[in-house]
Design a protein around this ligand. Structure first.
Ligand code: NZQ
Ligand code: ZN
Length: 389
């Protein structure tokens, strides 16, 4: 196990009915807030009205910014930062999923910075003294509810960039699984792919002595697989929605990655698909991971054997190690395609191979070839090509 510092500053308020506490939670971080929401869901479900009522009762003033799109764009962040400055708000409340939360984190940093918020992603300037951010989570997927990451797209340069900053952890996150009953089947499925992908990125490493993290990661994977299956059959099943929600948080709040070393290559490959083709985050990962796993199975055979046995119950009798590993990978692909019903090839999303080299070059230009788990340009191209279908 490697040395690590674990310092997660997000207070999690978890469980049925916890959204009722939003007024008091918000009042503890600000007196006038920017309330940020997505396109339509919080209006349709009535959640927006419930939250506004609770804030009014708690004496909190607010200004609203709605319409944040999936794969949030830098222009909406710029707008949010400008509203914060004009209105003199002292905190931001994100009411939504990863897109709303990520955009809110960057708005909160942009609110106290005179330049363009895209500068943070270009590493021109570090965020300093951002406004505090609170979260009411409505979809289980990214883990943004309890981490310091934000991912924003800049269509002007066709780039989707991820960035971490220790000041970007939300002050609090309300995780009320009942709020996810209305998440449609495709978004539930994409969310499950994303949670599993976060575990994959941190599980297939080369570090010895991580039994504790491995066991934790395997339990998250099994619970999310079971939770997604049940939630797709019965969207109002509380236990499944609760396991997915807590799984979302635990997969990317620093716990399973502490002392182990992931490389996040598939996320980088997936971000290029989202930037160049507008693919949703979960869809992009469902396309990239099968090819990456098959590519890596020979390099990290023992990890893939461990995964096959622990997560998919693959019986190794009568098989060599590589066969056992590949059986676990096939089970993963079948789960994505047949149970979650998500596309697993570029063809499934109507995408051809014409930008593959461009995307591979963009990943290398952004991350540097040393950050890709030993993969080189040709390997990235081969993984994209294997995703063509
Ligand atoms: O916009 P509305 O109308 O609210 O609809 C949303 C959206 O269409 C809908 N939705 C959310 N909650 C709902 C609901 N519909 C019905 N009922 C509800 N309760 O779901 C759709 C997707 O929402 P979005 O926020 O985009 O999903 P997600 O949470 O998957 O976030 C994706 C974004 O997060 C980034 C992704 O790259 C992507 O931009 N990520 C952020 C990470 C982080 N900050 O740590 C890590 C991830 O790897 C990821 O990169
Ligand atoms: Zn992700």
């Amino acid at each position: 196990m490697k040395n690590f510092v674990f310092h997660n500053t997000t207070k999690v308020i978890f469980g049925k009915g916890q959204v009722e506490t939003v007024g008091e939670q918000v009042a503890a971080i600000g007196g006038k807030i920017l309330l940020v929401t997505g396109e339509v869901s919080v209006k349709k479900t009535g959640l927006l009205d419930r939250v506004k009522e609770k804030m009014t009762m708690a004496g909190v003033e607010f200004v609203e910014l709605s319409g944040i799109k999936p794969n949030p764009e830098i222009d909406s962040v710029r707008r949010g930062a400008a509203i914060c400055k004009e209105s003199g708000v002292d905190a931001v409340l994100a009411l939504g999923g990863g897109s709303v939360i990520d955009a809110s984190k960057v708005m909160a940093a942009g609110a106290v910075y005179d330049g363009d918020p895209w500068d943070f992603f270009e590493k021109k300037i570090k965020p300093a003294n951002p406004l505090p951010v609170g979260v009411v989570l409505t979809i289980s997927a990214t883990g943004s509810e309890a981490n310091g990451n934000a991912v924003v797209t800049n269509p002007a340069v066709a780039q989707k960039r991820a960035m971490y900053h220790p000041l970007w952890y939300p002050r609090f996150s309300i995780l009320d699984p009942e709020l996810t009953y209305t998440v449609p089947a495709d978004q539930t499925a994409f969310g499950a792919v994303d949670i599993l992908s976060h575990v994959f990125e941190q599980y297939f490493h080369d570090v010895d002595g991580t039994d504790l993290q491995d066991g934790f990661a395997e339990t998250i994977m099994r619970s999310v697989i079971q939770g997604a299956k049940t939630a797709l059959d019965d969207p109002d099943d509380y236990g499944s929605r609760a396991n997915l929600m807590w799984g979302s948080t635990l997969a990317l709040n620093g716990v399973i990655g502490a002392g182990a070393q992931g490389d996040w290559t598939c996320h980088m490959l997936g971000h290029e698909l989202s930037a160049k083709y507008g693919l949703s985050h979960g869809a992009a990962l469902a396309v990239v991971f099968p090819g990456w796993m098959k590519f890596m199975a020979e390099r990290k055979t023992s990890r893939f054997v461990k995964f096959a046995k622990a997560v998919w119950n693959v019986d190794p009798k009568g098989k060599n190690e590589l066969q056992t590993a590949l059986e676990g990978i096939e089970a993963t692909v079948r789960f994505f395609r047949d149970t979650l019903k998500v596309g697993v090839t570029l063809e499934d999303y109507g995408i051809g191979g014409e930008k593959i080299e461009l995307m591979a070059d963009a990943v290398i230009a952004h991350k540097g070839v040393d950050a890709l788990g030993g993969l080189k340009r040709n390997d990235l191209i081969a993984i994209y090509k294997s995703a063509m279908g």
